[in-house]
Design a protein around this ligand. Structure first.
Ligand code: NAG
Ligand code: NAG
Ligand code: NAG
Ligand code: CU
Length: 386
């Protein structure tokens, strides 16, 4: 008996060591390795699906989305320049709809503000953001000549301290650094749809982002805030020029550690579970989606106007990646799943969504059905995550 117990223990230990680099038994390292394995299953699935296609999305035209740190310097510089370009083209939102929308970049912020009460904590959350990112990517390519990979920010890699993520290293090849540290700052009290409020304590920054490509001389935030005081004019749709602020939090980043991501991908059997892990795991607000926003802070805390911070799109690409890897474990079944209603925390109450439910994008694009947004290799989509 004693021998068997010792032997079992040895086998368990051996399998952990095998899954992690030699000499490292950190469970987060093991979880990160397992995510890589599950991503490989998803990847193989996608390429098997498109292998024989002659038309539409095929091996010839599929786009690879990459983690920010793996983009080459030229692509990083071109991506940053394309964001700047979008932010210099004129807005298409009419002034009477949003007086603060001056540029094409702002059109996306406005569309997100308008749709927020429908597309967060609801059955529209994942499909809306997938297409919203696609529209942004298309604009970077067609209006601003970007040709590189669309980047994501894998926050599970920097869960110990987001200040160590290369996307925030503050160089010209990052999306800017932390906000300047402001001592004794009060907590930010954010209002969420459904009448909920949350107190977000101050962290390591709090002021303007003074390093990288989005410093006050180069980048202006115009819309919002909507979710915290002082709310901008016209409920956040008016013109409210200010600097980009951040407050990177090594506390909230713990909620985007590899084991949290793995729990979602490996253990969820349905979209109810996926959405719960995204925003309110075990009934506590947080999770990989919410904490991805909260670890950036300030602009990113504003559930309505958060696309004001350019890192929004890289955060949501990672959210889309997690959903996609989860789908890719059993695509036939999981691509057809729906969950939830068409309003945030079902307030006001609305019917359960179906694959035919409509998702709207304001002035950005005509509405889509959820069915048109579930597969990343069909319809308008043709991409895979590395
Ligand atoms: C983060 O970077 C700092 C230096 O900037 C370093 O001291 C620290 O060890 C790093 N932390 C992690 C978890 O890598
Ligand atoms: C947010 O609420 C906390 C606790 O209620 C309070 O101490 C803090 O001053 C509030 N923050 C602001 C900016 O009003
Ligand atoms: C809506 O979905 C919930 C959860 O899946 C389910 O309990 C409820 O019965 C559904 N309502 C209707 C009207 O189908
Ligand atoms: Cu959103």
């Amino acid at each position: 008996m004693r021998f068997r117990a010792a032997f079992t223990g040895l086998v368990t230990l051996a399998s952990v060591i095998a899954a992690a680099p030699v000499g490292d038994t950190d469970p987060e390292v093991a979880a990160a390795q397992r995510i890589i394995d599950l991503q490989a299953i998803y990847h193989k699935q996608i390429f098997t699906d498109i292998a024989d296609r002659q038309m539409g999305c095929s091996v010839k035209n599929i786009q690879i989305r990459k983690e920010w740190s793996t983009l080459c310097d030229e692509d990083k510089a071109a991506f940053i320049a394309a964001v700047g370009c979008l932010n210099s083209l004129p807005a298409e939102t009419p002034l009477e709809r949003a007086a603060g929308a001056h540029t094409r970049y702002d059109d996306f912020v406005v569309a997100h503000i308008e749709q927020t009460p429908l597309v967060h904590a609801s059955g529209l959350f994942l499909p809306f953001h997938r297409y919203f990112l696609h529209l942004y990517e298309q604009d970077l390519r067609t209006k601003c000549a970007y040709t590189g990979p669309f980047p994501y920010w894998d926050w599970s890699l920097s869960y110990q301290d987001p200040r160590n993520a290369s996307v925030f290293d503050g160089t010209d090849l990052s999306l800017g650094g932390n906000g300047v540290y402001i001592p004794d700052r009060p907590a930010t009290n954010i209002s969420l749809p459904g009448g909920f409020t949350l107190t977000i304590p101050p962290a390591t920054g709090g002021g303007c982002v003074e390093s990288g490509p989005f410093t006050p001389d180069k980048f202006e935030v115009r819309l919002g805030p909507v979710a915290y005081e002082p709310v901008g004019p016209d409920g956040g749709l008016g013109y409210n020029p200010r600097c980009l602020t951040r407050d990177l939090s090594p506390e909230f980043s713990k909620q985007t550690r590899p084991s949290r991501v793995l729990k979602l991908i490996d253990e969820c059997k349905d979209l109810a579970c996926v959405n719960e892990q995204m925003d309110i795991p075990d009934g506590v607000p947080g999770g990989v989606h919410a904490a991805g926003h909260w670890q950036v802070g300030l602009e990113a805390l504003d559930i309505y106007a958060s696309p004001s911070d350019p890192v929004f799109y890289l955060h949501h690409a990672q959210i889309d990646r997690v959903w996609t890897i989860w789908q890719g474990q059993k695509p036939a079944e999981r691509n057809m799943m729906v969950w939830g209603t068409g309003t945030a925390v079902n307030d006001p109450p609305s019917p359960n969504v179906t694959l035919d439910s409509i998702v709207e994008f304001g002035i950005l694009a005509p509405p889509k059905s959820i069915r048109q947004l579930v597969s990343t290799i069909d319809g308008e989509f043709c991409y895979v995550y590395n």
